[in-house]
Write a protein of this length. Structure first.
Length: 128
C-alpha cells in the first residue's frame, strides 16, 4: 500500500519523479512518502511538511490546544532517565538526572529499561 505525501502543494513541484502520463498528456502528481518520510512519515520532503504547516498550523494548534500560559520546568518535573554509554566497556552509567539541579540518582540497567520506572516510583521504593 502506498502512502501519499500530505503536502498541499506537492503536486506543483516540477521534479522528474512527479511527472506522469503519456507524451502529449503529461501531468505532475503527489509523491508517495519514501523511506525518508518527514513529519512522522506524512510528507516526502521538508518543503511539503512546511507547506502543510503554513496552510493548517494555526487550525491544528487551536484544535489540539493552544498554550495560554508558559510551561515551567521545576525541580520536581526536571527528572529524566539518562545513560552514559561506553562502547568499549561494560560500565555504562544509568541514572536519573535532574536537568535543573544537576543531581544524579544511580539506576540499574533493568530500572533504566523499565518504561514504567519513574522518579516517583523510585522514591516510593526507596522509602520501604
Amino acid at each position: 500500500m502506498y502512502k501519499y505525501c500530505q503536502g498541499p502543494k506537492c503536486h506543483t513541484y516540477q521534479t522528474t519523479d512527479r511527472k506522469r502520463g503519456p507524451k502529449g498528456a503529461k501531468y505532475f502528481q503527489t509523491r508517495t512518502v519514501g523511506r525518508y518520510g518527514y513529519g512522522d512519515n506524512h510528507f516526502c520532503t521538508q518543503s511539503c511538511w512546511s507547506d502543510w504547516w503554513v496552510k493548517h498550523g494555526t487550525q491544528a494548534v487551536d484544535h489540539f490546544g493552544r498554550l495560554r500560559e508558559p510551561i515551567r520546568l521545576t525541580e520536581e518535573n526536571a527528572w529524566v532517565k539518562t545513560c552514559d554509554y561506553h562502547w568499549d566497556a561494560d560500565d555504562d552509567n544509568f541514572r536519573f538526572f535532574n536537568k535543573l539541579t544537576n543531581e544524579n540518582i544511580p539506576l540499574t540497567q533493568l530500572q533504566y529499561n523499565d518504561k514504567s520506572y519513574t522518579i516517583e516510583r523510585h522514591r516510593q521504593y526507596g522509602k520501604r
